[in-house]
Design a protein around this ligand. Structure first.
Ligand SMILES: CC(C)(COP(=O)(O)OP(=O)(O)OC[C@H]1O[C@@H](n2cnc3c(N)ncnc32)[C@H](O)[C@@H]1OP(=O)(O)O)[C@@H](O)C(=O)NCCC(=O)NCCS
Length: 137
């Protein structure tokens, strides 16, 4: 069953401006080390990579039904990539607690995320699915 969905559009130019003005302070407040390594390793797409991850965090907070104002820290929702390039969302801290609270007994929660960008926009969709945990056969 679907527990939550969320979407967000983020303006890459806006992120570029924030990066220029606040640099490391912004990066360290919002992005994990792994996310920063991914973005900084793409000299021609730094802002776009950060913008996609910003959109992913916003979309995830919506799927969790909270929004960011209710105390989820940005780094509690982090994107990594499989070897194929497919993005994966990891939640920790308050976001993980919220995910556990919304997951029905006997189920596990799976967070699906998809990202895209086409300047000046970066976009993310997040779907949270609950799957029954297979019992003993
Ligand atoms: C997946 C693919 C369609 C993305 O095309 P694109 O035009 O770069 O895509 P967009 O700009 O719309 O989106 C980029 C995002 O797609 C996502 N993505 C990349 N590969 C993906 C995959 N295999 N599955 C799902 N999502 C994927 C990533 O989140 C990426 O953003 P990020 O790298 O910042 O996390 C394209 O890379 C492709 O056809 N790849 C074929 C498989 C391939 O070449 N694999 C190489 C490694 S084995």
């Amino acid at each position: 069953m679907i527990l939550g969905i969320g979407t967000d559009l983020c303006n890459i130019d806006r992120i570029e401006g924030v990066l220029a003005r606040h640099g490391d302070r912004f990066k360290n407040r919002v992005y994990t080390e792994r996310e920063q390594r991914k973005a900084e390793g793409r000299p021609r797409a730094i802002a776009a990579t950060y913008a996609k991850r910003w959109a992913a965090k916003e979309a995830c907070s919506k799927a969790l039904g909270t929004g960011l104002r209710m105390g989820i820290s940005w780094k509690d929702m982090a994107v990594s990539n499989l070897r194929t390039g497919q993005p994966v969302m990891h939640v920790t801290g308050w976001a993980a607690e919220r995910l556990a609270a919304m997951t029905p007994p006997g189920h596990e929660a799976i967070i699906h995320v998809t990202l895209t960008d086409d300047a000046p926009w970066a976009q993310a969709f997040v779907v949270i699915e609950a799957r029954p945990i297979a019992g003993p056969t």
